[in-house]
Ligand binder design. Structure first.
Ligand code: ASP
Length: 584
């Protein structure tokens, strides 16, 4: 038996018990005639005690030689501690050691194994196994486990069956590049790793599974943005014989269950907003609604004077910054510089102070009188003491610029509170999205999403206006889940693929299996997938998903611990028939 108890377990109730513990040496405090050692494992820290009076000389010597992170096993008697530590569960006791067994030695760790470590990001990732010994990382992994467990229980209790789908598949289009795996046995051929199990879960519905879920790794070879991982985990779900309402209901239930069980938060039914309204009011399809600062469109009240910047703009839109009238001229200039940064890209910013006496003072007083400005205040909901910030230009650009400003200001004003949860469904997404680069329409969600009833005909005339039976669940400004009601008949799927630019042959080659399946009694179905990593980090009140992944990749998609990706040797290349291809 390696241990009778864990290092987090012993209390005053155990005094005089003989115990055996095993763990890592957190630190040694050697006072010569007395030695204290903190012994650590996953469960906590227990203080070990040696002194000249009670401990044999060679035992004292052995203890003195222990280094940080040595792995030891001890046996001893639980005694009451002279100076208690109320901050830890074992703070009332210590163990007077009678036997010390060094199970393994350890090199000096490259950073301190403390809650606040001196190790930088790179170093911590290189020695992630040491990082995991630290409470913040360990606690996050346990937190993730709890969330995952809670998800499994909820779905399982609601009749969902967990089914595994293959990783070595053919491309599933979710809008990213595929990671591919060469097939040794099929020369020159490749598998793709799933961007999601989308087609398989639909086939499970054709197979009559009725309610499916899977906590599953997905792979997307995208240009890495901050806090994206090339492999990430989804809670992937699908249901048969459902309409949008059923899906929203079920997964609102799951989210509410998680918020209650994990965060102790009771929420009413989640508000819903259409995609169009989200864009109009927040400039964003994943609005953070923990705070107001809704957009007010000002075209009607600004485009009647000689101010050309506004007159020529497609959209003039503003937000009221609560208490913003306290900003000095210098503060505002800085804000203007901020919106002009290339990452935001605004040309400039007009502002209007809402004074306490009810008057207004704007940066465009030459053009707009008090009456005009009071309308700006009405429309943006500004009160005295606020500052109205106004941007103008092309609709899409201005919206995203003002949205960036809204989020930045909310952050600075402390309005994005991590322990406040404001979920929201965004519904009625457009079916298609114009892609400037390729100059054609792409499926906004994916090609299997069904248009709203009766809108199929619009595809020929006004493709950009067709709405989809697609929905996202947004939490605190993050998309945590997205899904749709699917197309379940071959003819509609064929029309859809045609509009996405697939020839008949291409459609057949890529999705023939799915279209065939639709001919064998496919039930109406729909589903959703949650991004588990993001969900866990939000529930955990933290920003970065990396902190909740045991072995994450860095921003260049590398695992710096195992040093992957890495070249493979010529022999392996040859076996995979890749060598010649590379050279030719
Ligand atoms: N497969 C979709 C995705 O990964 C989710 C869904 O439509 O269920 O975003």
């Amino acid at each position: 038996m390696y241990r009778s108890h864990t290092c987090g377990e012993l209390t005053a109730a155990h005094i005089n018990t003989e115990v055996t513990l095993a763990g890592w040496v957190q630190g040694v405090r050697d006072k010569g005639f007395m030695i204290y050692i903190d012994l650590r494992d996953r469960y906590g820290i227990t203080q070990l005690y040696f002194d000249e009076e009670h401990s044999a000389k060679d035992l004292m010597k052995k203890a003195q030689k222990l280094g940080r992170e040595f792995v030891v096993q001890i046996t001893g008697k639980v005694i009451e501690r002279a100076s208690k530590n109320p901050n830890i569960s074992t703070g009332a006791i210590e163990v007077l050691v009678s036997e010390l067994n060094i199970l393994n030695t350890a090199l000096l760790p490259p950073f301190t194994i403390e809650d606040k470590t001196d190790g930088g990001d790179d170093l911590r990732m290189k020695y992630r196994y040491l990082d995991i010994r630290r409470n913040p990382v360990k606690d996050n992994l346990i937190f993730r486990h709890n969330v995952t467990q809670s998800v499994r229980n909820y779905l399982s209790n609601n009749g969902f069956i967990e089914v595994e789908t293959p990783y070595l598949i053919k491309s599933t289009p979710e809008g990213a590049r595929d990671f591919v795996v060469p097939s040794r046995m099929n020369e020159g051929q490749f598998y793709a790793l799933p961007q999601s199990p989308q087609t398989f879960k639909q086939l499970l519905m054709v197979g009559g599974m009725d309610k499916y879920f899977q906590i599953v790794r997905c792979f997307r070879d995208e240009d890495l943005r901050a806090d994206r991982q090339p492999e990430f985990t989804q809670i992937d779900c699908e249901m048969a014989f459902v309409e949008q309402e059923d899906v929203l209901d079920t997964f609102e239930g799951l989210t509410r269950h998680l918020l209650k069980e994990i965060n102790g938060v009771d929420l009413d039914s989640f508000p819903r907003i259409t995609y169009d309204d989200a864009m109009r009011l927040y400039g964003n399809d994943k609005p953070d609604i923990r705070f107001g600062m809704q957009f007010g469109e000002l075209n009607n009240v600004t485009q009647h004077k000689d101010f050309n910047v506004f007159n020529s703009a497609e959209l003039v839109v503003g937000i009221a910054v609560p208490g913003g009238n306290t900003y000095t001229r210098k503060d505002i200039d800085k804000l203007i510089d901020w919106v002009k940064r290339p990452q935001v890209g605004a040309q400039g910013m007009v502002y209007c102070r809402c004074n306490d006496d009810g008057t207004f003072k704007s940066s465009v007083d030459k053009f707009y009188d008090q009456d005009d400005l009071s309308k700006w205040a009405d429309i943006t909901g500004a009160k005295s003491g606020d500052l109205i910030c106004v941007l103008s230009g092309e609709v899409n650009k201005v919206r995203s610029q003002l949205s960036a400003l809204r989020m930045e200001l909310a952050e600075r004003l402390g309005l994005r509170k991590p322990n406040e949860f404001a979920p929201l469904w965004v519904v009625d997404f457009p079916l298609l999205e114009w892609d400037e680069e390729t100059e054609r329409y792409h499926a906004m969600h994916h090609p299997f999403t069904s248009p709203k009833p009766g809108q199929l005909e619009l595809l020929d005339t006004k493709p950009g206006e067709v709405k989809a039976n697609a929905y996202d669940l947004v939490l605190n400004g993050n998309e945590i889940g997205g899904g749709s009601i699917r197309i379940h008949d071959k003819a509609t799927q064929a029309i859809m693929l045609k509009h996405l630019g697939f020839s008949d042959d291409e459609a057949r080659a890529q999705f023939g299996f799915l279209m065939d399946a639709f001919e064998y009694g496919a039930p109406p179905h729909g589903g959703i997938a949650f991004g588990l990593d993001r969900l866990v980090s939000i529930l955990g009140g933290q920003e970065t998903i990396r902190d909740f992944i045991a072995f994450p990749k860095n921003n260049s998609g590398r695992d710096v611990m195992i040093n992957a990706p890495a070249p493979i040797d010529d022999e392996q290349l040859e076996e995979l028939s890749l060598k010649l291809n590379l050279k030719s």
